[in-house]
Design a protein around this ligand. Structure first.
Ligand code: GCV
Length: 695
């Protein structure tokens, strides 16, 4: 092969850059560590097509750390897909060209085009080329023909982030996959390889930011001691296009600044924040900004000084200026406020619309309560046209069976993202100028996410933030093909199993629009009987309002009237129990046990029917998985089979404990074909789990 001097120089420069960049760890056994980036060897026709294409040279128009990462990914990925571990430079006259310029400010758009003897990856900046490289490998990993690749993509929203609820001591709030991936004790001297592999995984799905610490924030992250630690991580992530953000504690000026107040309008407080922000930006020029949980669940905030959320957010936003953003959370509910908890965020924030500075983003959970298995979309979406709103989803499954239950969340998020707010578009359209943040499910477990299938939720969140228009099926299929097997016989079974898993968990935990029936504290198993905690909304009984007369939370005009917080066209769809989607029935209505549902069954019979349906769905998932053994390596097959056994048992626990409790309230017999709970209500009440993780 004859290469021109210019090309040789470029390749040498690329190799030099490659040597300076931290690279992902080498291949290991099938313990899940490699996530969806396994690049399993192709077989049959797909391998023949790759062999026919196998590129002779990889050229790049410039030299940068990001392009070095992209080039490394392509070389390693192609070699791995090829399976024979030969030199990546083959004997064909084909090239892959990375045609991008370094630079900031572009959005990561890219094109990947198959031309004669060339695949050209181009983008407005180097991150576009990195995303293009991952997109190409995603196509090839699925066995798609290299000669037919023709992609042109751009992100649907600028901020595509993970929020880590990780504490400085390594514990993760609501984390079910081991200790934190961040070892602040050993940083900055030692940076764990996992943090590089993490950034690579994020970049592969288009994520571009991460908040590294819990929203219940420690002020430590604002100290001088933490700046070199944060800088080391930010420097390592930069080639992957991941910007670093921190959660800040609103009272930090008092706690570590020695000031008598944290009043956001106090000049000394503002000056203190300015010094902290400047110190961060001096070390990390592309620092993303601050995430703030204020006046929520006991966290300090501007209201402690009779200031509004807008005054608090703007004070921080002004010290950040045009260097970054302040992401202010809308997850608030207060001990003093006696209105329906589902209404409190709307009541507090809508009057502040238009008062936030341009670099403030309001982060709103998908639904108005708290990441329940099913909630209607949050009424704030669409209700603040002069404020940038961001979507917050929870990847870690705090209320959905945590590590062990197999629940694929793409259908869940898409339900909210696709909802028409009746006020200027769908939720996905409302958040498009801002972005999406997912509460991460990453930890130091070998499989990163507590289970192999939980990885699908990390993957799906990134893919949806890139393009909320992707279908849940497509995302599941591409994830499963890369993670397990690209055999269509496997995919045709595993994808429907994943899709069905979301309705299954709703059915066995909180059917028909029930919510928050998880026992307080660990949020794992059922606790519908809990009613004695000091704050009413910490009790499951607050949400179900079950009595002799019926069950459900009346949010119509006759009740809390939360329905009025939605656009009239939307409110109308849920106002009438007879015509509405019964998946949300008891979220909005308190109905008699004898109420006739659309199936013709009474409400009580329908409830029992749905619990049974959930249990049956998990049994069906277990059977499906058994039939997939030939396609999956023994380690991951066995792990998943074990967890499905746990899920099958616990779906029954949920069903039986809930039914036992409802019967103690309504005194009704079970429908004819339903079997009674395995144990007494007292037995279920007596269970306790002080060692449950994540609390
Ligand atoms: C980080 C829920 C969780 C809390 C979490 C909170 C939040 O209440 O149980 O652990 O705190 O949401 O989103 O701030």
């Amino acid at each position: 092969m004859i290469m021109g001097r210019g090309l040789v120089n470029r390749l040498l420069a690329l190799l030099a850059a490659l040597a300076a960049v931290p690279l992902p760890s080498a291949a290991r056994a099938e313990d899940g560590y490699k996530l969806w980036l396994r690049y399993a060897p192709l077989e049959g026709q797909a391998k023949a097509k790759l062999d026919a294409f196998k590129p002779r040279v990889l050229t790049t128009s410039t030299n940068s750390a990001t392009l070095a990462v992209a080039a490394h990914e392509l070389i390693a990925g192609l070699n791995s897909l090829d399976g024979d571990k030969r030199d990546p430079v083959g004997s064909n006259p084909s090239t892959i060209t990375l045609d991008c310029r370094p630079g900031n400010g572009s959005d990561g758009s890219f094109e990947v085009k198959s031309l004669r003897h060339e695949i050209r990856i181009s983008g407005a900046d180097e991150i576009g080329c990195l995303y293009g490289a991952f997109a190409l490998l995603r196509e090839l990993s699925q066995g798609h023909d290299p000669a037919k690749i023709n992609l042109a993509e751009h992100p649907a929203m600028p901020l595509r982030m993970l929020d880590h609820w990780d504490n400085p001591d390594g514990r993760v709030e609501r984390g079910y996959s081991g200790r934190s991936i961040f070892d602040w004790w050993k940083l900055p001297e030692h940076l764990d390889q996992r943090l590089i592999d993490y950034a690579r995984a994020d970049a592969s799905i288009g994520l571009n930011g991460a908040v590294v610490n819990n929203v219940n924030a420690s002020p430590l992250f604002l100290t001088d001691r933490y700046i070199p630690k944060l800088k080391r991580v930010a420097d390592a992530w930069r080639p992957f296009g991941i910007r670093l953000y921190i959660s800040v504690r609103f009272s930090a000026p008092k706690e570590i600044g020695g000031l008598p107040t944290a009043d956001p309008l106090d000049p000394a407080v503002q000056a203190w924040w300015k010094v902290r922000a400047d110190a961060l930006y001096a070390a990390i020029p592309d620092f993303g900004g601050f995430l703030v949980k204020a006046n929520s669940e006991g966290e300090p905030g501007p209201q402690d000084y009779h200031r509004t959320h807008a005054e608090g957010a703007n004070a921080l936003a002004r010290v950040i200026g045009n260097r970054g953003v302040v992401i202010w959370r809308a997850f608030v509910y207060s001990a003093e406020d006696k209105t329906d908890r589902a209404m409190q965020a709307y009541n507090e924030f809508v009057p502040l619309d238009g008062m936030f500075d341009a670099n403030v983003i309001l982060q709103v959970k998908n639904g108005p309560i708290d990441f329940q298995p099913r909630e209607p979309f949050h009424p704030l979406f669409g209700a603040m046209p002069h404020t940038r709103l961001m979507f917050e989803g929870q990847i870690t499954k705090e209320y959905l069976g945590q590590a062990t239950h197999l629940v694929y969340l793409a259908p869940y998020w898409k339900e909210a993202l696709g909802a028409d707010t009746g006020r200027g578009g769908t939720v996905a359209q409302i958040i498009a100028p801002a972005g999406m943040a997912g509460v991460a499910n990453t930890g130091s477990d070998r499989d990163w996410s507590g289970s192999h299938f939980n990885q699908a939720n990390w993957y799906a969140f990134g893919r949806l933030a890139w393009n909320p228009g992707l279908s849940s099926e497509q995302i599941a299929r591409e994830w499963a093909a890369q993670t397990f097997s690209r055999d269509p016989q496997f995919l045709d079974k595993v994808v429907p199993m994943m899709i069905a898993s979301r309705q299954a968990v709703v059915d066995y935990m909180t059917p028909l629009g029930l919510a928050h029936q998880m026992a307080t504290g660990h949020h794992y198993g059922p606790g519908p009987w809990i009613c004695d905690l000091q704050r009413p909304e910490w009790n499951p009984c607050y949400y179900a309002k079950a009595g002799k007369d019926g069950i459900g939370f009346d949010r119509t005009a006759g009740g809390s009237n939360a329905l009025a917080q939605y656009a009239p066209s939307v409110g109308a769809q849920w106002a009438n129990p007879k015509t509405m989607d019964e998946d949300y029935l008891l979220w909005f209505h308190h109905l008699a046990w004898s109420y006739r549902t659309k199936s013709g069954r009474s409400l009580w019979d329908e409830l029992v029917h749905r619990y049974d349906r959930g249990v049956a769905a998990v049994d069906a998932m277990t059977q499906t998985w058994s039939s997939l053994q030939p396609y999956v390596d023994p380690e991951r097959f066995a792990d998943t089979a074990d967890y499905l056994r746990i899920q099958a048992e616990e779906a029954r626990w949920w069903r039986d404990a809930s039914i036992a409790y409802w019967q103690s309230v309504n005194g009704l017999a079970l429908p004819g074909d339903a079997h009674p709970p395995a144990h007494s209500l007292e037995y279920y009440k007596s269970l306790s789990f002080p060692e449950a993780p994540g609390q």
